[in-house]
Each structure stands twice: as C-alpha cells, then as structure tokens.
Design a protein around this ligand. Structure first.
Ligand code: APR
Length: 313
C-alpha cells in the first residue's frame, strides 16, 4: 500500500512541503489546518496538478483528524509567527498550546507514525511533541539542521564561486542564534574550507548563517522562509520513506550523546524507515563542545519557561 503522509498546518511551510512530497509520487498526502477551506482548497489545487505533473497520489484537505488515521509520517508545521508587541515567551506559550493539541490529536489517530516537528521554537517544540506523544525518541525528530546547513553551504558556495554541490558542511546545535556551524569539518571540493577562505570571510558567513531566518523575515516583512524549510522536510521524508539510512543533521533527543542528557538539539543522525535510527556521536574539539553546551543551555532555558505552564515537560 502507498505510504500516507500528513502535514499539519497548511500555511507557507506546510503547503509547500505537501507540494514537494506529493510530487515525489510515493505517498498520499493529507493536509490539515484549523482554517476552514484552506487545506481543502490547497489540497484540491495540488490534486489538480497531478494530471500535468504525472503523479496519481491522493491529496486530502481537512479540518479534522479522522482523515489522517494511520499515517506513516506526520509533519507538524502548525503555529503562529511572532506578531508586533508579542514577547518571545508569549509566542512560546501560544505555539506550545498549538503543538501540544496537534500532537495529541495526531497520536490518537496515528499511534505508530513518525513525527517530524517544524514549528518554532523548534528544539522546544520537538521536546514538547516527544513528551506529549510518549513515542520513543526514534519517532520524534525536529527539522532544523538541514536548513541551517543548506544556508551555510549556499553562502560558502557564493563566496568561493563554486557549485553548492561542492560544499559539504554540518551545522549542529539549537535552531537559533546559538547554532554551531562546524567549520573544521567543512570542505569545498574535498578541500578544508580554512584553506580556501580567510578566517574573517568564514566568520562573516557563520554569522550570516546564524541570522539566516531573520534575513528572510526582514525581506518578506509579512512571513518567514518556506522554500528551503520545505525542501529540508522533503529530504527527511525521502530518507524515511525510502529507508535511505542517510546521515543528516536533525534535532534529536540526546541521552548522553555529546555529553548532553534529556534534551532535543541538532546533531547528525541516521534517518531510515525506523526514523532516527542512530545518533552519530562525533568527537568535538573543546571549543566546539563549549559552543554546543552554550546552545544546549539556551534550549534548557526555553524548557524551563515551558515548565512554568506544564511541569510534566
Ligand atoms: N491546528 C492546525 N493548524 C494550525 C493550528 C492548529 N491548532 N494553529 C495554527 N495553524 C495553522 C495556521 O492556520 C496556518 O495556516 O498553521 C499555519 C501556519 O502557517 P503560516 O502562518 O504560513 O506559517 P509558516 O510560514 O508555514 O510557518 C509554520 O514553521 O518554520 C516554522 O517558524 C515557523 O512555526 C512556524 C511554522
């Protein structure tokens, strides 16, 4: 039987992810949103693209969860963006409520699914979905590292003047200002980037990567990035559906790996049919480990704030 993939949140990220997934042709897609007509309209529009593009998957838009029953993968993009006058904590509490409710409904109808969490603040929302779902950590994974790494690779390729395909890199840590691009392991055509670019040029690119989300928000004014985020989601879905055993930077629940325990943070993982099949516990330098620890502290702070509302997290 064809795989079934649900995308919750039919906004920019969710609808574009649904498009990318349905165009793969390997899965039926269910699009869910609270806004009446939005997932139905976008779902129908996607279905009507099938005859032109040659896919024959089913696409269903809905405001309820019955149609999502027995999904193999559920991507959670539901949430709101920060509005003027809203504090970071207000946003945290709002998205906490949304992602908590969505996770409960998803799990009720698809108890065996793999959850891919995309809503921000990402590391905290992945933690919440893990706790609410009570799934094993293999089946709750956050999307951030592929996106952050893609931004890093884009900027490096632009600077050197080569194809993005030639740039290999890895960005670890939380999805935010404290992310950790591993310059030491970054190569351009197999050559260490430190031999290709000056320290100053690399530092500028590292900073631009950290600010990558904000750069897009500033340009768009009314929304945030969705083409690159949805591409990153599709890569994770591919790795799971096609059992690729692909090493990708994803947000995973650490239980001692990297010296961190009981926390979601971005690390290299092996993605396959079972979800997060392995954490690749790289050996970091002292400086890299210190940066990762700082990033972990920032995620812990968010969790502490969430625990003021829900001590069970
Ligand atoms: N259930 C289902 N959908 C919901 C719910 C809910 N409880 N609450 C909100 N939504 C929907 C909104 O109606 C909206 O259509 O989530 C959608 C979010 O879409 P956008 O506002 O376009 O946001 P988008 O750019 O897609 O980002 C979604 O992903 O990258 C992250 O930071 C981003 O947290 C944000 C999320």
């Amino acid at each position: 039987m064809r795989k079934k993939i649900t995308v919750v949140g039919a906004g920019n990220v969710g609808a574009t992810a649904a498009q990318r997934i349905v165009e793969r042709g390997y899965a039926d897609v269910v699009l869910v949103d609270i806004i009446e007509g939005l997932p139905q309209g976008k779902g129908l529009d996607l279905l009507e693209a099938g005859p032109v593009l040659g896919y024959d998957s089913q696409v269903t838009g809905t405001n309820s969860y019955e149609e999502t029953a027995d999904s193999d993968i559920v991507v959670i993009t539901a949430g709101i963006a920060r509005k003027p006058g809203m504090s970071r904590d207000d946003l945290l509490f709002t998205n906490m409520k949304i992602v908590g409710e969505v996770t409960r409904s998803v799990v009720e109808h698809s108890p065996d699914c793999i959850l891919i969490v995309v809503s921000n603040p990402l590391d905290a929302m992945a933690h919440l979905a893990y706790k609410v779902s009570k799934f094993p950590r293999e089946r709750v994974i956050g999307m951030a590292g592929i996106l952050d790494t893609a931004r890093f690779r884009t900027f490096l390729a632009q600077e050197v003047g080569v194809s993005v395909r030639d740039v290999s890199a890895l960005v670890l840590g939380g999805h935010g200002d404290t992310m950790v691009p591993l310059v030491r392991l970054t190569t351009v055509g197999g050559v260490p980037v430190t031999e290709v670019l000056s320290g100053e040029a690399i530092e500028k690119i590292v900073q631009r990567t950290r600010d990558g989300g904000a750069e897009i928000v500033k340009l768009l004014k009314t929304g945030s990035a969705f083409y690159a985020p949805s591409a990153a989601i599709a890569q994770m879905v591919d790795a799971i559906v096609l059992d690729r055993k692909q090493i990708l930077p994803c947000t995973a629940y650490l239980q001692g790996e990297f010296g961190i325990d009981g926390l979601y943070i971005g690390v290299p993982v092996k993605l396959g049919a079972a979800g997060m099949e392995e954490i690749v516990d790289l050996r970091l330098t002292e400086e890299e480990q210190a940066q990762l620890n700082r990033s972990a502290d920032a995620v812990r702070q968010l969790l502490e704030t969430m625990r003021t509302r829900d001590p069970s997290l």
